[in-house]
Design a protein around this ligand. Structure first.
Ligand code: PXL
Length: 274
């Protein structure tokens, strides 16, 4: 005998980061931990270079191959897939393919993690990608999760304290209509890592005691993926943001260390210990 299980289906359109700390690998682990069935379409492959300061080596996936992955996923889960996370895009062509795929069906939740500059990109090219992301993906999103730097870029403001982070979240929302979870993380002074949620009605500050003063790799990807999973299960954007903050705080508390100069978060932080 068997039974048919029907978990919420989630999709990440993101880059691979081979060591597993960030990107699609972190997203899929997060999707699984939060009880959803994760799928992934890869936009690019990042391979750190251990003999060159762990710099990003970036290979883009052929846009046709990305379109094929999305075609397979969307055809397989027609009627079952209504929630997607967008991570690192890597090129303007990728953004065009993703925008087309998004427009090919109805979505309840489109979570945009606006990964702007990646070390492997030429500055000129990165700027083109950033412009395309703002012009073509932000209008299709329902929630966006900029970090400190990305919130400065999207709002055109300098952010050095909580009041400015709130102003930036309001401005990004007012210009795009998208619910904003703007992450101060460890980058603003003070004992707490604070993020700001704003959806045009609720403005909430999500705070947690800082755990060290260095950013942990994978936290941003995992936060957006956790928001995605919680939305897929039917929570509101604010509930999803609160739950995602707990998920990441627990994961940073139980971080992993390896040879890279920064630690990575562990997605199993909220698991009940056996
Ligand atoms: O954390 C941003 C990020 C997203 N996606 C991929 C990455 C990184 C950072 O390394 O490699 C694939």
């Amino acid at each position: 005998m068997y039974s048919i299980h029907a978990p919420a289906v989630t999709l990440t359109i993101a880059g691979s980061e081979a060591t597993g700390g960030a990107g699609a690998q972190a997203d899929l682990r997060t999707f699984q931990e939060l009880g959803t069935y994760g799928t992934a379409a890869l936009t690019c492959i990042v391979a750190y270079d251990p003999s060159n300061d762990w710099n990003h080596r970036l290979t883009r996936i052929d846009p046709v191959v990305l379109a094929h992955q999305l075609e397979a996923i969307q055809a397989n889960f027609t009627g079952q897939l209504d929630t997607v996370k967008l991570g690192m895009m890597g090129s303007v062509e990728t953004i065009d393919v993703v925008a087309n795929a998004l427009q090919a069906q109805e979505w309840k939740n489109v979570v945009l993690d606006p990964v702007l500059i990646c070390k492997g990109q030429e500055p000129g090219e990165a700027q083109d990608t950033d412009e395309a992301l703002k012009a073509k993906l932000l209008p299709l999103a329902t929630v966006t999760t900029p970090n400190h730097f990305e919130a400065e870029q999207l709002s055109g403001m300098t952010i050095s304290n909580l009041a400015e982070l709130k102003d930036a979240a309001r401005k990004i929302h007012d210009e795009s209509g998208v619910a904003v979870l703007a992450k101060g993380g460890v980058r603003l002074d003070g004992p707490e890592a604070v993020d700001v949620f704003y959806d045009g009605t609720d403005l909430e500050v999500l705070g947690a005691a800082k755990i060290g003063n260095h950013a942990v790799s994978g936290a941003g990807c995992s936060l957006a993926a956790a928001v995605t999973a919680e939305l897929a299960k039917g929570r509101t954007p604010l509930q999803a943001a609160e739950r995602a903050k707990d998920f990441v705080t627990a994961g940073i508390n139980q971080r992993m260390s390896a040879a890279t100069p920064y630690d990575v978060m562990w997605q199993g932080g909220l698991r009940k210990q056996a």
